[in-house]
Write a protein that binds this ligand. Structure first.
Ligand code: PBG
Length: 324
């Protein structure tokens, strides 16, 4: 028999040699939830192992991530007070800019990414500014640009608009350029589904919409051609990195995007993906570590260069164990 694929599977060394996809800590980003104050750590019930942290503790966590070789962090703000317009999002004294300044001045070798959205800062919990009960696209753009600018000024390497407003990447790009922040990049949540898998996050960030849902701005998970169109638009508007999310339900989109775009691709393994893993592992229905690694590897194989995952620290420590 000429073709015996099992030949290359016979020993671990051979399997290692011919492995096509690998995970590495440097391409992982850890999401962190930032609250105002000091020495504040609030465990998040819906996200086992995760906590809302004040900026000083974010810095502490960042040191730990650095030691593990994790590539960077994605910051989400959880303010104490909200208003109708989500003004707190762009407040330079808010928890995210404060954490960014601390991290920037600490000089840790981490990539600093800040999520740009209004949902954590609006009373109504929608990602943009309302006109009646509609989320008004064009009214939201200057507000999102203000947020992007505030985070860039505080030291973000990349700002990551996640509101799914049309033109948000262009609006942020031109605001950054006009302010001389030409080097700050944009990681665009380009294809972001209206997904059931964000539920634990909304608990963590207290950002559940008070009425309605996000389907008038987030994408219908049924549409693949539209996903490519969203990504092409964000590329044309000046995105530096294109993101797809949720990751596990978008592997086909990642694979398509990999063939179509030359920008780096990121995939976000969202809170609900973690929830499935944790719940099943807790019941003994899945073995946690291999299941986690298998899903992350599938995300990498599908085409993601960068993976945003709540498991970043843990995976990084597993990977370094494997190397020893
Ligand atoms: C903010 C935002 C959300 C997530 C990332 N950015 C929530 C949402 O759109 O409702 C979800 C991340 C996760 O579930 O882990 N708009």
């Amino acid at each position: 028999m000429a073709d015996r694929p099992r030949r290359l599977r016979s020993r671990p060394q051979l399997r290692n040699l011919v492995r096509e996809s690998r995970l590495d800590a440097a391409s992982l980003l850890a999401p962190l939830f930032v609250v105002p104050g000091r020495l504040r750590r609030e465990p998040i019930e819906s996200l086992p192992g995760q906590a809302r942290l004040s900026p000083d503790l974010v810095l502490q966590e960042a040191r730990r991530l650095t030691e593990l070789g994790v590539g960077g962090v994605v910051l989400f703000g959880v303010p104490d007070a909200k208003d109708d317009l989500g003004r707190g999002a762009a407040d330079p004294a808010g928890p995210v800019p404060e954490a960014l300044r601390l991290l920037r001045s600490s000089d840790l070798p981490l990539v600093l990414v800040a999520d740009v959205c209004l949902c954590e800062y609006t009373i109504h919990g929608h990602c943009g500014i309302l006109n009646g009960v509609e989320v008004d696209n064009d009214l939201s753009l200057p507000a999102l640009a203000d947020v992007g600018l505030a985070y860039a000024q505080a030291g973000a390497d990349l700002v990551a608009p996640s509101a799914m407003m049309d033109g948000q990447v262009a609006a942020i790009r031109s605001r950054l350029d006009d302010s001389g922040l030409v080097q700050t990049g944009i990681m665009a949540y380009a294809c972001k589904h209206a997904s059931a898998f964000y539920a634990p996050f909304r608990d963590a960030a207290d950002s559940t919409p008070a009425f309605g849902d996000r389907r008038s701005y987030q994408m219908d998970p049924a549409n693949a051609r539209e996903a490519m169109r969203e990504m092409a638009l964000d590329q044309a508007e000046g995105a530096d990195v294109l993101m797809v999310k949720p990751a596990l339900t978008s592997l086909d989109l990642l694979a398509r995007a990999r063939m179509r775009f030359d920008l780096p691709l990121a995939a976000y393994q969202v809170s609900g993906e973690l929830a499935m893993l944790e719940a099943a592992s807790e019941r003994g229905w899945l073995e946690r570590r291999p299941a986690a690694l298998e899903t992350l590897l599938a995300i990498r194989r599908a085409g993601a260069d960068i993976i945003i995952t709540y498991l970043a620290a843990e995976v990084a420590s597993w990977l370094s164990e494997e190397q020893r």
